[in-house]
Design a protein around this ligand. Structure first.
Ligand code: TRP
Ligand code: SF4
Length: 418
C-alpha cells in the first residue's frame, strides 16, 4: 500500500479524455492504495488569474464529475488545495532552494509558451481571412514545402502551420521568426500579413500574461503538493513527467541540505488509450471537439453523427477502413461486445454497413456508458452540500497531516517557531 497524491486543475467540466486519461486510473488506485486526490485550484490561477469569475463553479463541477464517476471519499481522501495553506508555506521554503534554471528549462513551461504563441498566430491569420484548412494534409510537410510555389494564395493546412511553428520554436537559439516567415510566405500566405503577424509576436504582448513569478514557479508548488504528504507515487500523464522529475530533485536537495525527510516519489504513468476528439485532433475544450461526461443523450447523438470517418469513404458503397476511422477508435473503447466489434470491422471493409448505422451503434454504447454518470451527476447536483462535505472533511484531514509534516520541515530547517 503506497501513499499516492494527484491533483487536477479545475478548468471546467470533464470530458471523455479526462475520464480515460486520469479518472479511470484513479478508480483503480483508490482500491489499492492510500490515495489523496485534490482540486488544484491555486494551480488554475497560474494562467487564469485575470478571469476568476468561473473558478468556484469549475471547482463545483469538478467535484460533481469526480463523485459521479465513482471516486469514493470512503476509499480516498478528497480535498481542495487552497484549503490546506501549508502547501503554500512549503512551496515558499522550496523556492529558496530551487535554482531558477531548473524552472526555466522546464519543458512544460516551454510548451505552454508554444501554445500561446501558436494560438495567437493562428487567430491572427484567421482574422485576416486567411483560409486555414482543417482537413489533414495529403502529403508530408517537407514534400509540401518543396512543392510550394505560393500559387495557392492564402491557403494553408492547419497541421503545416503547426509544424512550421514547431520547427521555428523548438530550436537552440530561441524562436526562429525568420524561418517561420519564409515558410509561411512559401505556403502562399500574403507577405504583408505574415510580416505583421510575426512583428506582433516579436514585439507584442503575447505570453506576457504568463510572464509571472507564479507561472514560472508552478512546478515548485506542485512539488509541495506532493511532498507535503510524503507521497511515494504520483499518477500523471506523460506531459507531467518533467514536473515529477523536478519534485524528486527538490526532495533530494532538501534531504541533502537539512534532513532526510522526503521520499523521492515515482510517477505512475497512465497507459490510457488515446481518444481523439470528434474531429480527430486531441480532445480539448479549446478545439470544441470534446464529449463531456455531462452531455445529454441528444448531445452525444449529435456529436457522434458529426464525427469524422475514413476520409476515403465518400459514397455509401465505398469500402471503408476502420483502422483510420475515429468512429472505430471509439468503438474499440465503448463497444464491449467483441463479436459486434469484429462484425463492424468486417462490414465496414465490405461496405455492408454504412457510416450512419455504424455511428448509431456507437452513440448507443456511448450513452450506455455515460448514463449512470449522468444520473449520478443529477443526484449530486440536487443535494450538492451533502456531497461537498466529503471534500470539506478531506481538507480538514489533510490540514492535520500537512501541519504535522510541516513541523518536521521547520525543525529540520531550524526555523523560528512561535
Ligand atoms: N500540474 C497538474 C496538471 O496540470 C496538476 C497538479 C497540480 C498535480 N499539483 C499536482 C498533479 C500534484 C499531480 C500531483 O495536470
Ligand atoms: Fe468508420 Fe464505421 Fe464508417 Fe467504417 S462504417 S468508416 S468504421 S464510421
Amino acid at each position: 500500500m503506497k501513499k499516492i497524491v494527484s491533483g487536477m486543475r479545475p478548468t471546467g467540466k470533464l470530458h471523455l479524455g479526462h475520464y480515460l486519461g486520469v479518472i479511470k486510473n484513479w478508480l483503480k488506485l483508490q482500491d489499492e492504495h492510500d490515495c489523496y486526490f485534490f482540486v488544484a485550484d491555486w494551480h488554475a490561477l497560474t494562467n487564469k488569474y485575470k478571469n476568476t469569475e468561473d473558478l468556484k463553479e469549475n471547482i463545483k463541477q469538478m467535484i460533481i464529475d469526480w463523485l459521479a464517476c465513482g471516486i469514493d471519499p470512503k476509499k480516498a481522501t478528497l480535498f481542495v488545495q487552497s484549503g490546506v495553506k501549508q502547501h503554500s508555506e512549503l512551496a515558499l521554503l522550496f523556492s529558496m532552494i530551487t535554482p531558477k534554471s531548473w524552472l526555466e528549462l522546464n519543458p512544460s513551461y516551454k510548451d505552454l509558451k508554444f501554445n500561446l504563441f501558436y494560438q495567437y498566430l493562428r487567430d491572427f491569420l484567421l482574422g485576416k481571412q486567411v483560409k486555414i484548412n482543417q482537413a489533414p494534409p495529403p502529403e508530408s510537410f517537407d514534400e509540401a514545402l518543396e512543392k510550394a510555389t505560393g500559387k495557392q494564395k492564402n491557403k494553408i493546412f492547419e497541421e503545416y502551420l503547426r509544424e512550421a511553428f514547431h520547427r521555428a520554436f523548438y530550436n537552440q537559439k530561441g524562436i526562429n521568426f525568420e524561418y517561420l516567415k519564409e515558410v509561411l510566405i512559401k505556403f502562399g500566405i500574403n507577405k504583408k500579413i505574415v510580416e505583421e503577424a510575426i512583428d506582433n509576436l516579436e514585439k507584442g504582448d503575447v505570453g506576457k500574461d504568463i510572464d509571472t513569478l507564479g507561472f514560472l514557479a508552478y512546478p515548485v508548488l506542485q512539488a509541495a503538493d506532493i511532498l507535503i504528504y510524503k507521497a511515494e507515487g504520483v499518477p500523471v500523464g506523460e506531459d507531467q513527467l518533467p514536473h515529477i522529475e523536478l519534485t524528486r530533485e527538490i526532495a533530494r536537495r532538501f534531504n541533502n541540505l537539512y534532513d532526510e525527510i522526503f521520499p523521492e516519489p515515482e510517477a505512475i504513468l497512465t497507459e490510457a488509450a488515446k481518444l481523439p476528439g470528434i474531429d480527430g485532433r486531441k480532445m480539448s475544450k479549446s478545439y470544441n471537439n470534446a464529449i463531456y461526461l455531462s452531455d445529454s443523450e441528444e448531445e452525444v447523438n449529435k456529436k457522434t453523427m458529426q464525427m469524422k470517418t475514413d476520409p476515403q469513404r465518400i459514397r455509401r458503397t465505398d469500402p471503408g477502413n476502420p483502422d483510420v476511422c475515429i468512429v472505430y477508435d471509439y468503438h474499440k473503447i465503448f463497444t464491449k461486445d467483441e463479436n459486434l466489434l469484429k462484425d463492424i470491422d468486417q462490414k465496414c471493409r465490405t461496405a455492408e454497413i454504412g457510416c450512419t448505422d455504424c455511428k448509431k451503434i456507437l452513440a448507443e454504447n456511448l450513452n450506455k456508458f455515460l448514463e449512470p454518470i449522468r444520473d449520478k451527476r443529477k443526484e449530486i447536483e440536487k443535494d450538492y452540500e451533502k456531497y461537498e462535505k466529503f471534500f470539506i472533511e478531506g481538507t480538514l484531514r489533510c490540514r492535520e497531516i500537512a501541519e504535522s509534516n510541516m513541523k518536521e520541515v521547520r525543525k529540520a530547517m531550524r526555523l523560528y517557531e512561535i
